[in-house]
Design a protein around this ligand. Structure first.
Ligand code: ADP
Ligand code: MG
Length: 334
């Protein structure tokens, strides 16, 4: 009899664990990769600590401004043996530069610096200055061999356009390994919506309104995906000529992209690709971006223009809810 009672209690207990109460929430705010981040994890404090440590580890490897990072070591001496993660991200980045025909170019750093986007001492360079610096830009000059990265003299790398997307991919892996089923990690414009909410409903990810960055232009309902936005409002300055210059550079001209696009959001489970494409589509402009989206596929996309048009791919037509009715909704038909 005792045995039966014990077995019954055990069954009850195991039954209890199987549909256990919702997991606890562990959250942390931090500064990494030049931006504020907020991690909300339905798991333990140890899960949250591990995610934070992973972000700081990647930041140390990939930052162009930390003189000890892998990227800085390449930039300082032209060649360096790098960590496996740095190597893998560089390999993928070069591939994405190719796919986007150089609209993404991880060697654009000398130009980014010239405009003052790193020092924050902004100024408009002359055509001649830009032409001289453009000689030191070209992703196809980046050589990757056996864990060593080499660039020609005068070239410098910048993974600012892809690092947060890669970090989202790595954090996804970490959460899966730790058996965390529910988390939303906001890495500053890059959101990992992992699994779904503990109650089984979808995550709601806000897309910033470029006209008023305190508000959301719309909300995307999603699960198990990565949502990346690049906007001209993230970093910009107004030149002596009264014009606004943003931090996304057209690597062919050396000038900041100024084509009527205000922000690009790319949605798919591939964070590195999404981050690369937000920058690249921004540079391409509406027409070329439209062609690229239709011909390539494999991701969803929201492009907001300065004249308040919202171009949205069919895949998210129903799950992206526009909050600012001033925007005209247009469907990108793939
Ligand atoms: P954010 O980092 O603000 O989310 P992006 O992902 O678009 O925005 O990355 C922009 C950063 O990438 C810039 O700050 C600059 O360092 C770098 N960058 C700018 N233009 C390009 C480009 N065409 N290709 C690659 N990197 C770029
Ligand atoms: Mg990007």
């Amino acid at each position: 009899m005792k045995k039966i009672v014990l077995a019954f209690i055990l069954i009850l207990l195991s039954g209890f664990t199987a549909c256990s109460p919702l997991p606890g929430k562990a959250g942390v705010s931090l500064f990494a990769m030049d931006t504020y981040m907020q991690l909300d994890i339905y798991g333990s404090q140890a899960d949250s600590d591990a995610a934070e440590a992973e972000l700081q580890r990647l930041d140390k490897l990939l930052s162009s401004t930390n003189p000890e990072s892998d990227i800085s070591r390449i930039n300082q001496s032209g060649s360096a043996k790098v960590d496996a993660d740095t190597y893998e991200l560089l390999r993928r980045s070069v591939e994405l530069c190719k796919i986007t025909d150089g609209s993404l170019d991880i060697t654009v750093y000398p130009i980014v610096k010239k405009w003052g986007f790193i020092s924050r001492e902004y100024s408009v360079p002359s055509q001649a200055e830009l032409a001289a610096l453009l000689k030191n830009v070209g992703y196809n000059q980046v050589k990757l061999k056996d864990g060593t990265v080499t660039v020609p003299k005068g070239f410098e790398l910048d993974l600012g356009a892809v690092a947060k997307g890669y970090a989202a991919d790595m954090l996804k892996k970490l959460l899966v390994e730790r058996e965390v089923h529910s988390a939303v990690l906001n890495l500053g414009g890059t959101v990992l919506a992992h699994g779904e909410k503990p109650d089984g409903s979808k995550w709601k990810v806000g897309v910033t309104d470029p006209e008023n960055t305190e508000r959301y232009m719309g909300v995307l309902e999603c699960r198990d995906t990565i949502v990346v936005t690049s906007g001209d409002y993230e970093r910009f300055f107004i030149g002596d000529d009264g014009k606004t210059y943003c931090h996304i550079i057209d690597p062919k001209s050396g000038y900041p992209a100024a084509n009527g696009i205000a922000s690009v959001t790319v949605i798919s489970p591939d964070g590195t690709q999404n981050d690369a494409l937000t920058t690249a589509l921004f540079v391409m402009g509406l027409d070329r971006a439209g062609e690229f989206i239709k011909s390539r596929g494999g991701f969803d996309c929201i492009i907001l223009t300065k004249d308040k048009k919202a171009y949205i791919t069919k895949g998210i037509e129903d799950s992206f809810i526009i909050k600012n009715e001033e925007y005209e909704k247009l469907i990108i038909d793939g």
